[in-house]
Design a binder for this molecule. Structure first.
Ligand code: URA
Length: 212
């Protein structure tokens, strides 16, 4: 793992191997989806590393003990539609009691600014760890807008989890939301003129849902 306070790159060999399979253009929709699910669990493991614990008194078959258990409110996973949904299922297997929310944004073709079309998040956002998920951090425009909305809903403790990031998106997020750490499997080279991450893996939504 390589980490700065704002950015953690999960370079575990299994993650990097699975990511390479995902990048290959011949990988089928079914395999792509399965690999995304598997990698999401490694990323979730990393992003939840500092969750607070408290102790609970239990009895094992051998003796009583004070054992660690998660403290505080259930955390909130927020999918940035539509590609964020590809990360949700795997993460929910690992954190089954997490609450789930959705943020839908589209890009206005005239202003090029993200516009909200859907927003539904759990109650008590101010009191939860909130993990916003989107496989691709490209320009950062929609990620920054999604985090703006989450902060407006009261969220204070937010992390951003993505599969791939472009340096441009990382810089934009750091400027707009320096308090929101990013966890990713790779920071690629750059964005091309069409806003795709290079070398990337193409359109994550199309590849996971078999559209286009
Ligand atoms: N969104 C994608 O799905 N792919 C990219 O490369 C950039 C944004």
């Amino acid at each position: 793992m390589s980490a700065s306070p704002h950015l953690t790159v999960v370079n575990h060999p299994l993650v990097q191997h699975k990511l390479t399979l995902m990048r290959e253009k011949g990988t089928s929709t079914a395999v792509f989806r399965q690999l995304l699910r598997e990698i999401s669990q490694f990323l979730a493991y990393e992003v939840t590393r500092d969750l607070p614990l408290e102790t609970k008194h239990i009895e094992t078959p051998v003796q009583a003990m004070d054992a660690p258990t998660l403290a505080g409110r259930k955390l909130a996973l927020i999918s940035i539609l539509r590609a964020g949904n590809g990360l949700l299922d795997g993460m929910l297997e690992l954190i089954p009691s997490a609450r789930v929310g959705f943020v839908g944004l589209y890009r206005d073709e005239e202003t090029l600014q993200p516009v909200q079309y859907y927003f539904k998040v759990p109650e008590h956002m101010d009191d939860r760890m909130v993990i916003a998920v989107d496989p691709m951090l490209a320009t950062g425009n929609s990620s920054v807008a999604a985090i703006d909305l989450l902060k407006k809903s009261g969220a204070k403790n937010i992390c951003f989890l993505c599969l791939l990031a472009a340096p441009e998106g990382v810089a934009r997020m750091k400027e707009a939301h320096p308090d929101v750490p990013i966890v990713t499997a790779s920071v690629d080279s750059h964005l091309n003129d069409n806003g795709y991450i290079v070398p990337g893996l193409g359109d994550a939504g199309d590849r996971m849902f078999g559209t286009k």
